[in-house]
Write a protein that binds this ligand. Structure first.
Ligand SMILES: [Zn+2]
Length: 185
């Protein structure tokens, strides 16, 4: 396998060849990346993993970023972020965290952030503000929001059916602020 950067949801290998290692999971016979980074094959253990990139990025206003939800509070969500697409030669700074204030989540009224995002979800967001105090994101435009969510009961990736997210392992249904580009549908 050539060295390249893979994104969450990217194909790594088939289950005949390898088993999923770190930051990888099985999706209908395919091994798929669960992180941004470089694929690493271990021929002895027969696993393929993804060496995740450190979340150190420079972003500007209106950049589109990928973020992984770290905490969900009443007024904001904290995320570790990386630019999308991951550009070669892009300057690296020490900002890897951003927050998504509740008022910038949706054009519709949002009552509870925990109905929209959960820890570990991947979201696509736009940079609203870059200040020394931190980076603010927004998801109140089309295409922005959760692109991959995980079951809060069994942690399997949720599949989108119509407008409903469903866990194929345990049958649980969940809600999120979903992007038009949700990865598993
Ligand atoms: Zn489940």
């Amino acid at each position: 396998m050539k060295k390249k950067t893979v994104l969450p949801g990217d194909f790594l290998s088939t289950e005949e060849e390898f088993e999923p290692g770190h930051n990888a999971f099985l999706d209908e016979g395919d091994i798929v990346s669960d992180a941004i980074g470089e694929p690493v094959e271990d021929g002895q253990r027969k696993t393929v993993s993804v060496q995740a990139q450190k979340p150190l990025v420079v972003v500007r206003r209106d950049d589109i970023v990928l973020g992984k939800v770290e905490t969900v509070r009443d007024s904001s969500v904290t995320l570790s972020i990386m630019p999308e697409p991951v550009e070669k030669g892009k300057k690296v700074l020490t900002h890897g965290r951003a927050s998504l204030p509740i008022r910038m989540v949706s054009r519709d009224y949002v009552e509870k952030l925990s109905d929209m995002f959960r820890i570990g979800d991947w979201i696509r967001a736009k940079v609203a503000k870059v200040e020394p105090a931190g980076i603010d994101l927004r998801t109140d435009e089309p295409g922005l929001g959760v692109i991959r969510a995980y079951c809060t009961k069994c942690r399997q990736p949720l599949q989108l059916f119509g407008s409903q997210l469903k866990c194929l392992s345990c049958g649980r249904t969940e809600e999120r602020k979903i992007s038009d580009d949700y990865s598993l549908k």
